[in-house]
Ligand binder design. Structure first.
Ligand code: GLA
Length: 390
């Protein structure tokens, strides 16, 4: 869906729900991570891009004067009430906790919120590993900035949204998703050093290349404990290696300590240390236009996530295998799972001229092997969060 179409749909639905037109509108994108998976909470590097798919948040002053927010969405039309006479707490329905957490972040900053009607609409596939939740948090924060005329520093804003996800949604995520949703720039990938939080924009606007995103349509569930467990395994590896974080360890150090490490923890650390190296290398190779090497790094990342980190799934492996078999002669440069894993999407770097044919080939192969219909789409690297109506 184009952004214009999404904006029109949001305005219409808002008006139907609240009997008034929205006054403020903000958008925040989802993301695909090109490489650097499960490195952010190890102080490593990530290389994501914002996608064209967005979450929109619309608001108008509430007409009845009560100190509360009313909230609903295109996906969840049931009206949620959030009282504002005190610190906002977690509650039901669970989806509203992303919004509650961001409101609480504004309250912590001493920013007073007026009574509001809020409506959320999104074309970021939910649970598809494309950061639908970060885009909801960042859209909400961007909306509240414009409503309260208080512009947050971009880093502070991303961290406020991450805190909302930790404390209100119960997902101990890293900083990648919120940072890229705030700071994405059209035509660029974002190389983010998750320790110093320094960013570098890496141009990615060669018209001959496209990112083909393949949603396995297998649900992605990160609150199930697999993510948190891996985080703990990484910290255990760092403890045994005697380094503050796995960012500080080398593969040589890891090999030397192999006997002292639980075999699973050893493999988790091998993924992270290797992936951090692959990510900075990929950024260099992209700048140099060495696409064949970039493709190899993407496949190596996938293999490591599948075998050492064990966050892939048969459906993601199938997409990557199909892409790999098509190979450079068929227009595929590289492919890997993207995001937290356990389902969700794969991202393939492909020749733009062959996108339609590749979509057909991958769809056919995937349906044949899994019986599931995938969803495929292309996105250019897009802009981060923005105000649409103030
Ligand atoms: C999820 C988290 C991110 C990151 C990725 C894995 O998307 O929200 O912080 O850890 O998984 O790279």
């Amino acid at each position: 869906m184009s952004l214009d179409h999404l904006v029109q749909k949001t305005k219409q639905q808002f008006t139907v729900k609240f009997n008034q037109a929205p006054r403020w509108l903000a958008a925040a994108p989802g993301r695909v991570n090109v490489i650097g998976e499960h490195t952010d909470y190890n102080d490593g590097f990530v290389l994501p891009m914002a996608i064209e798919n967005c979450t929109l948040a619309a608001a108008a002053p509430a007409s009845n004067g009560a100190m509360r927010l009313r909230l609903c969405s295109g996906e969840k039309p049931e009206m949620v009430e959030i009282p504002l006479n005190g610190k906002v707490a977690r509650g039901e329905p669970a989806w509203a906790n992303y919004v509650r957490g961001v409101i609480a972040g504004f309250q912590d900053l001493g920013i007073q919120l007026p009574a509001l009607d809020i409506f959320i609409e999104s074309d970021v596939p939910l649970g598809g590993g494309l950061s639908s939740s970060a885009s909801l948090e960042v859209a909400t924060a961007t909306l509240l900035e414009v409503v309260t005329s208080r512009q947050l520093d971009p880093v502070q804003k991303a961290l406020l949204c991450q805190k909302a996800e930790h404390e209100y949604a119960g997902m101990p995520c890293g900083i990648m998703d919120q940072f890229i949703s705030v700071m994405g720039k059209a035509g660029h990938l974002l190389l983010l050093d998750c320790r110093s939080r320094q960013t570098e924009l890496v141009p990615m606007n060669d018209p001959k290349l496209s990112f083909l995103i393949v949603n396995t349509n297998v649900k992605h569930e990160l609150t199930g404990g697999g993510y948190a467990r891996r985080r703990e395994q990484c910290y255990e590896a760092a403890r045994v290696l005697g380094v503050p974080m796995l960012r500080d360890a080398t593969l040589a150090q890891l090999e030397a300590a192999k006997d002292r490490l639980d075999p699973v923890v050893y493999r988790r650390a091998r993924h992270v240390i290797g992936e951090i190296e692959r990510t900075t290398q990929a950024a260099r190779e992209i700048k140099a236009g060495n696409w064949a090497v970039v493709g190899q790094l993407m496949y190596a990342s996938h293999d490591s996530l599948r075998d050492d980190y064990e966050v892939s799934c048969p459906e993601l492996d199938t997409v990557v295998e199909l892409a790999r078999n098509i190979g450079p002669s068929g227009g595929v440069i590289g492919c890997r799972m993207t995001g937290g894993g356990f389902g969700g999407c794969a991202v393939a770097l492909v020749e733009a001229a062959r996108v339609e044919q590749l979509t057909r080939q991958i769809t056919q192969g995937y349906v044949k092997r899994t019986g599931i219909q995938p969803s495929c789409f292309v996105s250019r690297p897009a802009n981060g969060a923005r105000v649409i109506a103030s």
